[in-house]
Design a protein around this ligand. Structure first.
Ligand code: FAD
Length: 452
């Protein structure tokens, strides 16, 4: 049984279909009518582009033919380095999921999983309509867990506070002239483009502690760096940072360095000592993020224009609170941690801070219940859940929990790179193989991830 029917479930189905289908029935519990797009690729907004180029996105692997064939059948031209619209990629995933669901014989239940309990014979899965499903194996493919919560003191029931920027109609209201966005990463970029599209004169202030904004991918594919020059798993934390910086200087191409290091990032991360991981998270994580999670070139151009014109302003401070201005103007007053940053009047406060790093804050009931039963444990830095290399959840007994598999963002407890298509596709393939051909206690050999 699979919980969640987004990209991860689609890759899983694709691998099962390619292997001739499953002997056991496959149930996918997903409230959305279509399997495939999930949260990321359900946006109808044409200004939202993929941040990974076309050649990395096919269900049949890095450089695979399936996606280019699908585009060709629809008369859509896309070079290897084209950045597709996210909605189009969602349509592609829906098409793949539909094709593969037929081949595998999938039962799509349009509901949400409310809880999981492990017994001697497997799992009893409780849906929020009150029904239950018995399953030998459960794959949790729920993306980022829980609901987004603005990391500040703000009235959550106030319609001027948008906790989830992906909720339909979030920016549709009239008279939106001033907006404060919490966060300055890729979600902020999406929010800014959507706002300007709907409210051309809007003034946007985006705030984060460091004020770092995603870099933009250069047109074309990144260069390949001689693997012998790249850091190896086992390198110490400080050496790693110096190695990457030095490589950036000697190659004179930091994008290529980030993209070439990325496939081995999980293996390097696993072997770092706890203290070294902590140092990297505190000191270097934000820098890695803005260089690694880049915008498509066309999006970067629009972002630069908004910044140059002053329509989008970046503030280096944390938003601490928002409340009604009390002036009868219908606006909020947004306050910041730094006394030097003036309060901002806003028609909307939009949370683009991404998922909370604290699983307890995100409040996902399934995760909370599994934590309470000890079937999953939080990883060392509390970023997500702990897994082994094959994707089996680690339980409180420090061994894998039988029949419980994690894919995608939930694995952040152990894995550094686990949220994007190339990584998720490989994880799903490994799990599908285990489900079809049997599990073993042996750790998987590390999987390699294509660059993007
Ligand atoms: C806005 C956005 C843009 C992104 N853009 C890119 C990009 O350009 N390139 C890239 O490589 N990656 C991108 N990502 C990363 C993205 O996380 C992955 O690419 C991928 O879409 C994740 O798929 P998933 O199936 O793990 O999660 P999701 O797509 O989030 O799907 C999870 C599904 O689980 C369902 N679900 C959750 N809880 C339950 C429950 N209790 N019961 C039943 N169903 C449940 C949800 O309804 C959802 O459909 C983006 C992420 C976001 C949020």
């Amino acid at each position: 049984m699979v919980v969640g029917g987004g990209a991860a479930a689609t890759f899983l189905l694709h691998r099962m279909a390619a292997d001739g289908g499953s002997q056991r029935p496959v149930i996918i519990v997903e409230p959305a009518p279509r399997l495939g797009p999930g949260v990321a690729y359900s946006t109808p907004d044409p200004v939202h582009l993929m941040n990974v180029c076309r050649i990395r996105l096919s269900v049949d692997g890095d450089g695979g033919e399936d996606l280019i064939g699908w585009l060709g059948d629809r008369g859509i031209k896309a070079d290897a380095d084209t950045y597709l619209r996210r909605a189009m990629y969602g349509d592609y995933l829906a098409d793949v999921a539909g094709r593969c669901a037929d081949l595998v014989g999938v039962d799509h239940r349009r509901s949400r999983v409310a809880g999981l309990a492990r017994g001697d014979a497997g799992w009893t899965v409780r849906l929020d309509d009150g029904s239950t499903i018995d399953a030998g194996d459960v794959v949790l493919a729920t993306g980022f867990p829980g609901r987004p919560v603005p990391p500040c003191d703000a009235p959550l029931d106030d319609p001027r506070v948008v906790a989830n920027p992906w909720s339909p109609g979030a920016f549709g209201g009239a008279g939106i002239e001033r907006v404060v966005v919490i966060g300055t990463g890729l979600t902020m970029v999406d929010v800014a483009l959507s706002l300007v599209e709907r409210h051309p004169g809007v003034q946007i202030v985006a705030a984060s502690r460091r004020g770092l904004v995603p870099r933009t991918s250069r047109p074309g594919l990144p260069a390949t760096i001689d693997p012998a020059l790249l850091p190896e798993p086992g390198i110490g934390g400080c050496d790693l940072v110096h190695h990457v910086i030095r490589l950036g200087r000697t190659q004179d191409d930091w994008q290529a360095v980030v993209d070439n290091v990325r496939p081995r990032a999980n293996d390097i991360w696993r072997e770092l000592a706890y203290g070294e991981q902590g140092h990297i998270l505190r000191r270097w994580f934000p820098w890695w993020n803005v260089h690694r999670h880049r915008t498509a070139p066309a999006v970067g151009e629009r972002l630069a224009a908004l910044l140059d014109s002053g329509q989008l302003r970046i503030v280096r401070s944390r938003v601490t609170s928002a409340e009604d201005s009390g002036a009868g103007d219908g606006r909020l007053t947004v306050r910041f941690a730094e006394a030097t940053v003036a309060d901002e009047p806003a028609d909307l406060l939009v949370n683009a801070a991404g998922p909370s790093d604290d699983l307890a804050v995100s409040g996902d009931p399934v995760v909370q219940q599994l934590l309470a039963s000890g079937d999953v444990v939080v990883g060392p830095h509390r970023l997500g859940l702990a897994v082994d290399r094959a994707g089996r959840a680690q339980g409180r007994g420090l061994g894998p929990t039988p029949g419980l598999w994690l894919v995608g963002a939930l694995r952040r407890g152990t894995e550094w790179e686990t949220t994007a298509v190339p990584e998720i596709r490989i994880q799903a393939g490994v799990i599908a193989e285990r489900l079809l051909h049997g599990d073993s206690d042996a750790e998987d050999t590390p999987v390699s991830v294509g660059r993007c």
